[in-house]
Write a protein that binds this ligand. Structure first.
Ligand code: PEP
Ligand code: MN
Length: 347
């Protein structure tokens, strides 16, 4: 249930209403907008409470929320969540681009790629040190050493970093090195991991499970929010359909749909969403046109020899830089601003 109070109501009265609700053994979440204050109530409220609240002076409306997720819903939090990391703002006006290899391989590799990511105008370096592989004999990532290499490359080139964390035990060490922690598609419903991520404040990029509905996806986000970490961004990375030509089907409609159901930023991953290099550029643009707050794109200096199978979906550096030039033109048409600090020269 949410209680809507107009901001014309004196602050003292708003506080009285909040205290009144708190006395009823429920947990309360207050969201302040420009015109209205929304008080979300979580927990089993006495059925009489709804009627009592409707009678209170200053209360504009009391609305029952039937959705199973609350904190992730736009009903509870009408304004967009904007995650601020230095001068990068995810979920606001900026189009935020995360680029880099599927996996961190060597310090030379991540350093070279970081230089290109930076010169192309992207803000965040991506790279996995712990890789969730379908088969146990495939390359599993280089672990903590990779985190160190990526943090060093991020520092040197002035980039934020995002990396995947797979287990609750590794959350603290990943949080020590990276600016954003990624939860992979296979772990979207790893509830112990989600709970642990709720106990820190580091931003989390939560990828949609490849068979998850929007409802399941938002409930996964709810685990992190309910634990006390409000810094969650959603990532549409493609779902499994009957079509084998593409690795996954990038669900473009998920972008505006999730933005209407939730206040959390939505990032698109056209690399895993297609699995084919030649489709990454058009689907990146389509994602931005659909309203994505940002993109996460795989790029490699030597994709044919990449240590994961994701070389086939990784852009070459020139392709990445050219995409960034196009996105700079597209962003303003889609109501976004674009980082113009570029120095990569394309031929
Ligand atoms: C990745 O980002 O490299 C990755 C493994 O992503 P996903 O979990 O979406 O497959
Ligand atoms: Mn990958």
């Amino acid at each position: 249930m949410i209680v809507i109070i107009s901001n014309k109501t004196p602050e003292e009265r708003i506080q009285e209403i909040i205290h009144y609700i708190e006395k009823h053994d429920v947990s309360v979440h207050v969201s302040r907008g420009v015109d209205r204050t929304v008080v979300g109530i979580i927990g089993k409220a006495d059925p009489k409470l709804t009627e009592q609240l409707r009678q209170l002076s200053g209360v504009e409306q009391v609305v029952k929320i039937s959705k199973s997720y609350k904190l992730a819903s736009r009903d509870f939090h009408p304004d967009n969540t904007v995650i601020k990391l230095g001068d990068v703002e995810i979920g606001g006006d900026q189009l935020v681009i995360m680029g880099g290899p599927c996996a961190v391989e060597t310090s030379k590799q991540i350093d070279e790629i970081a230089a290109i990511v930076k010169a192309s105008g992207a803000q965040v370096l991506r790279g996995g040190a712990f890789k969730p592989r379908t088969g146990p004999y495939s390359f599993q990532g280089i672990g903590v050493e990779g985190l160190e290499m990526m943090a060093e490359a991020g520092r040197k080139h002035g980039l934020l970093t995002v990396t995947e964390v797979m287990t609750p035990e590794y959350v603290d060490v990943c949080a020590e090195y990276a600016d954003i922690l990624q939860v992979g598609t296979r772990n979207m419903q790893n509830f112990d991991l989600l709970r642990k991520l709720g106990t820190i404040q580091k931003p989390v990029l939560l990828k949609r499970g490849f068979s998850a509905t929007y409802d399941e996806f938002l409930n996964a986000a709810e685990y992190i929010l309910a634990g006390g970490n409000p810094n969650v961004m959603l990532c549409e990375r493609g779902i499994r359909t009957f079509e084998p030509y593409t690795r996954n089907t990038l669900d473009l409609a998920a972008i505006p749909a999730l933005q209407s159901l939730s206040h959390l930023p939505v990032i698109a991953d056209p690399s895993h969403g297609t699995g084919r290099r030649e489709l990454v550029e058009p689907m990146s643009k389509a994602s931005v046109a659909a309203g994505a707050n940002g993109l996460i794109v795989e790029m490699h200096t030597d994709p044919d020899n990449s240590m994961t199978g994701d070389g086939v979906q990784s852009l070459f550096p020139e392709q990445f830089a050219r995409l960034m030039l196009d996105l700079e033109k597209l962003a303003p048409l889609c109501g976004k601003t674009f980082n113009t600090h570029k120095s990569f020269v394309t031929v």
